[in-house]
Each structure stands twice: as C-alpha cells, then as structure tokens.
Design a protein around this ligand. Sequence first.
Ligand code: G6P
Length: 625
Amino acid sequence: MCGIVGYVGRSEAGPILLDGLRRLEYRGYDSAGVAIMDGDRVETRKCAGRIAELGKLMTEKPPVGTYGISHTRWATHGKPTDQNAHPHFDGSGKLALVHNGVIENYQALKEDLLREGEHIFASETDTEVLAHLIGSLYDASAPANGYVPPQNEKSRLVAAVRAALQQVIGTYGIALVHRDIPDFIVGARRGSPLVLGVGKEENFLASDVSAIVAYTRDAVYLNDFDVVAVERDKFEISSVAGEGGNYEVSKVEFTDEDIKKGDYPHYMLKEIFEQAGSVRDAMRGRLSTDECTAKLGGLDMTAAQLRDVGRIVLTGCGTALHAAMIGEYILEQLAGIPTEVEFASEFRHRNTPMTRDTLVFAISQSGETADTLGALRESRRKGYRTLGICNNVASTIARESDGGVYMHAGPEIGVAATKSFTSQVTILLLIGLLLGRMRHLSTSEGSHIIGALEALPDQIEQTLKLSDEIRGIARKYAASPGMLFFGRQFNFPIGLEAALKVKEITYLFSEGHPSAELKHGIIALVRPELPSVFITPDDAVFSKNLNNMEQVKARKGPIIAVTSGACGDRLRGIANDVITIPSAPAFVTPILSVIPLQLLAYHLAVELGRDVDKPRNLAKSVTVE
Ligand code: G6P
C-alpha cells in the first residue's frame, strides 16, 4: 500500500532508491517517482506504471545526488497518472514529499490554503496538499531578513512538519526533502509503517526493511507520531507533539538472500514451495512431547488466565480471515471454547457484545493492515486482552497487542498470500492444543495432535510433488469462465481461500461455498463450461460431499476433486479430475488441502499470462481503510 524509500549518504542516491522501490513494489505499483537533490537542483523523475518504467526514465536521464526520496504508489486519491505520481511539491517548488496513507481532511486543508494565498495544485492528491501545508508553514517561519544558520533551517523544517501533522486527520508515513537544506530528510508516521535504516555514514528511511536490508540490518521501527530528522551520520527522533522520542536499534531477522526469488519464476511459487519449512518453523520449539501440549510463551498469560478464557474472537482480513475461519473449527473442536470470526473491518465499527472473559486474536501476516489494526485498537480500548498472530516481527499489530505468536514464515513477497496462511493455521492448531490440554483433552489426544503436526512437513513435501499434475489440470480449464469451490467443515474456508487465490491472480470469477449450500442457489450457475472444485478428503462428511458432486454431475458441470487416502477410487466416474493428497486427521487437513489449490490458481494465472506476483489493483499490505 504505497512504498517509500529515502536515502542520505555518500553514494549516488538514484540506484539505491530504485533498488529499494523494486523491493517494495509488492506494496503498490500504479506509478512511481524519485526526487534527488543535487546542489541547488531538485531532480525529479516520475511516471504512471511500474517501477520498470521509472527505471527507464532514470536510465535515459540519470538524476545525480547523494540524498533523496522515492515512492511506489497504490492509488487512493486521484487516478494513477504521471501528475498524481509522487513526489509532490510545495508552492515554492523546493520541498518534495512522498506519502503513504490517506489525509482524510485534505479537502478542508486545501480550502484553507487556497483562502490564505496563491496555492496552485498540480495533482488531485491529498499528498500535494500536505506538501503545500508543510511548505507554507516553513516559509512563514522564516526570519524577515538576514542570515539563517543551516542548523536553524533544519529545526524550522522539523517544526513545520510537526505543526502540519498536528492539523492532519488520517494516516501517513512520509519522507520529505528541501532544496535549501542539504543532506537532510524528515520522516514521520502515523498508521503507515516507516523504518529508519542505520548505516555507516549513510541512513535510510523505508516503509519496510526489505527495501534496505541489502545495505544495513540495523533498524529503528518508528512508532506512531514519531518525527525523525535524518542526516548522513546522525538522526534525531521526536514526537509530533515535540517531545523526545524513545527508540531502540534492532537487528533485522532476515537477510537480503531471503528475499531473492532464486530459481523460481515467481515469488508466489517460491513461497508455495517453502511451506514445509515455514510450517516447521511455526512449530519449532513450541511442542512439548512430555506434556503433550504446546508452549507459547509469547501469549504472556498465566495458566490461570488461559483457563479462564470463556470465549474467543478471531479477526483479520482476506487470507488471514480464512485462516481465522479454520481457527473457529479448530478451537471449538480441540478446546471446546466458543469462538467467533469477525471481519476486522466490521468488528472495529460495530458494538459486538463481548463477555469479560473474551480473548481476541488479531491475525495478520504484515501486522500493518489498517482494518485489523483498527479492530485490535478498538478491542484493547474496551479492555479485552488482544493478542497478535503476525509474521512481521516489528509490525504495529505485533507491537500494540498484549502478546502473541509470531509465524516465523520469513518474508512473503508475492501479493497473494500462501505460506503465511498455512503458518497461521498451524499456530491456531498450537493454540487449540494448548487451550484444549488445559481443559478436557487427554494426554493421548494431545499426543495424537502432536503426531499429526509433526508429520505435516513431510506430507507438505509430498503434496508439492503434485505441481506438474496440477499444471495439466490448469491447462485443461484455463479457458473456463470461472470456478466454483466447495468444502465442508474444516475445508469450507479452504474453498473460500482457493476462490480468493483464483480471483486475485487470474481475475476469473470464482466463489467458495459450503458444499451443502449448492442446492440453495449456487446450483443455478452450474453448466458444462464452469468447473466446480470439491475439497473432499477422507473424513466424516465425505459421503455428504459425494451427494453434492452427483448434483453437479447430473447438470453436466465438470468436477475437480481434492481428496485423500482411498477416497480417490470412489470419485472415479464422478469427478473429471482427482487430486489426491496425503491422509491426515481432519483438523490438520486444511494445511494440506490448500496447497493443490494454491498451485491450481498459480498455474492458471501463468497459463493466462497474468502478472502473478503483482496482480492488478491489489497491494500486499493494505494500510488504508
Ligand atoms: C490484502 C492482501 C491479502 C491479505 C490481506 C490481509 O488484502 O491482498 O492477500 O490476505 O491484505 O493481509 P495481512 O497482512 O493482514 O495478513
């Protein structure tokens, strides 16, 4: 959801900024731009389209200078045009600003500026209004005449940023430079992430450490309302209100190597194939075979507190919400605790009746999704213990929750989430095991669950071997107008997740439903051109699914079945294509059954010539409401 990179140092800023933007392209790719300062000249290159387009502009006419800011955009206010691309300038043309987030009161601020004086806006963006506001506050603070020492100009600019941000309603991660103040960048954040990379005689600002990890692994994760003044060899953090800021320099837990695509044609395929390892990492050190339970110290709750949990709410968006839906089945079955799933975007705005013994989990790969963060804050505001299940260790959700469980899945770059989903479900299984063992689950049941979890990485490896077979199926159905997905119980949310993957990266119409809902309306869609995918492993509801498949077959709808064990034989003659995954207990099966469907979506998208890692209109981390 927009990516920002800033650099101040001794090297040429252009290549560093462009490289950083490429690594942040997953956050948005509607348009991109840079502003690099060279003496008293501001070199700007910006255009609609991908970073590659910006790269061409910068190769044709390389901007020179050792400090600057840059941006890749996911459009909110204003179309993705050259004019609307960031950076934006203030009225003087000396101050350049990049912004991630939404300035909700930008219209009112714009009207005030227009009333005050000569402000001409070149774009439709909220960002340009902020640039003008900061610029005019800075200019207004200039002494009437006389020499201004550079140090004073720096503090004047920081003061103008603070004063402007005090007027802003909305969210922002910003970076700005001013032509008159060499080697100086100001950044600030509220609601949109911003990290300071601390180097040797060079410093960086970025929306995400992946943009700068090739240059430094020392990072300061800025807090909301932090304002940072960055120079080549120092930085100073304060708050929007003008107080001194607290910070710590942390080590980034992954390296530049971890975010390379390697031999894979796409990040999505790489991440699908990483799942045996990422699921193993989600469990690492967290299973106690002696006590037949899970150990989750990050929850930061005593045994008594865990025993007192009477109700659980799981909240998230997109793929994380689908993991939550499986979590509902898991927690109710393993721990017997009433569990509900709430769309984060709805939960935060409605008055959900909650009991005092309710435990809330905010599930988010990025830990930055605005709706999930809003739900977390609302829940904490009302006094409920709120825990995070996040992948991004330093994320806002991870930092603002009362405790939680990290996924340790490693960086996920493909916009369509894959490995984070299986890690989320694995963690929900660990939570179910822990809470269940504190209630009614026996040691032998606990040990059975641990056995099923420990078997998973090998079973995932086996499942991944189906990739070539699935590519063949994808080719066969690539001309279909869409796809329907059906499953029951633990596999109903897998139908939703599979439909989401197909939608996101193939742009084909797709829907997921509980199998039994077929007859309540969806069956009207069934026809020979539209394939139905049934996720129907060898479980207690297999024969029920079989009935639903017969209903589709009777109407000449093609059927693809994902099944397990010996059930494959029972499907011959009914399903046109059968994909067989390893047998596993019902509660862990979704971790296996989702994999062929991730692969199906992937191969379909490749077959259709889609941009798998950067599907149209999407962004990986959605930091606006
Ligand atoms: C966006 C992405 C989805 C993702 C969702 C939640 O919509 O396109 O792939 O599932 O955000 O992201 P989170 O980082 O909170 O898990």
